[in-house]
Design a protein around this ligand. Sequence first.
Ligand code: GLP
Length: 241
Amino acid sequence: MAEIVIVDNPEDGGELVARHIAAQIRARPEFTLGVATGSTPLPVYAALRRECDAGLDVSSVNAFALDEYVGLPDDHPESYRSVIRREVTEPLGLDPTRVHVPDGDEATIETAGERYEALLAANGGVDLQLLGIGTDGHVGFNEPGSSLASATRIKTLTAQTRADNARFFDSPEQVPTHCITQGIGTILRADHLVLLAFGDGKADAVAGAVEGPVTASVPGSCIQLHRHVTVVVDEPAASRL
Ligand code: GLP
């Protein structure tokens, strides 16, 4: 059973999670953080930045991102490589050589999943994985129907996710159609999963993930298969629990 923490607002959720991560990093400087994109984890990164400004040494921290679009140039502002650099690596002052994002280059996509799994394994895996959740219950880019045992691989984005993410692009057609994402099996290998969700738009997804049947139809329900899960939600996101 996941530990559910209900916070007053996203900022408080970010503080709580960042304090925990900071304590872990102090105890073990070579900590490996699994980072997620989307708006949900931003308060965690903001609070972690305050920890860094107050002297937290993150020079040996490793970071692995969950997913990436296929076919965007690396320097495209909405490639997850750019987003992670802008929102995590640079503000926190992480060593860029220790920050990894799946490679969405079309030319080498066939082997990109295998290469990312090998990199994760060589690093010894992820200590704490931050997760957001899509309105349809997806985690990373594991859309409904994703195998609960899946590894990092190429996936097709659903119409709903492309519509949800269209706000980051000039027009909906510019949202890539494919992505590469850590699989659910990959995510479940992290030592600790911290799933965050804020706002009533996430209430159904949170209820499905936490209390619904474990099913590929709601990829977030995979958290029920993990022994160490913390779910951090505000009241609106918790309203259907
Ligand atoms: C994208 C990301 C997910 C994220 C989701 C929710 O699809 N690939 O990792 O959880 O968006 O985004 P937001 O946190 O902005 O609601």
